[in-house]
Design a protein. Structure first.
Length: 141
């Protein structure tokens, strides 16, 4: 098994998701994920980035270039945004318009929260809010 396969398997198990779940999130087949994990197959750059995003790790971690997974930067809401992204892709135009409106309102609320003196004092809360805003931007793109 390659370092990529080992780290992919470890990250997937840590997230407690199946090969099928990861495949859906990353836009590849389940058999492709299995091939990466057990047969030493390499992913294209595009697929590598999608897998890293879906697992909440860095591409450098998956490739064995860095032992820092990036998990410490995860907020716990990231997975929900990936799920939201999948739902958005399947939604009707009316549903997409409603979701867009909610994201705009949520962004306004997060801006207000991030400016709060109490949040500024609590660096980890500020980081969570900043990550949430960034993820919302990823969904809107």
């Amino acid at each position: 098994m390659s370092i990529f396969g080992e780290r992919l398997l470890e990250a997937r198990k840590r997230q407690r998701i199946t090969q099928g779940d990861l495949a859906e999130r990353a836009g590849v087949t389940r058999s492709a994920i299995g091939g990466y994990e057990t047969m030493g197959k390499d992913a294209s750059y595009e697929v590598l980035v999608k897998i890293a995003r879906a697992l909440g790790v860095t591409t450098d971690y998956l490739l064995g270039l860095d032992d820092n997974t990036g998990w410490h930067k995860r907020t716990g809401v990231a997975e929900k945004f990936y799920d939201l992204e999948l739902l958005y892709d399947r939604a009707s135009d009316e549903q997409k318009a409603a979701m867009d409106g909610l994201l705009i309102e949520a962004d306004k609320l997060l801006s207000i929260l991030m400016a709060s003196p109490d949040v500024v004092k609590l660096g980890h809360v500020r980081d969570i809010l900043a990550d949430t805003r960034r993820l919302m931007g990823d969904v809107n793109e």
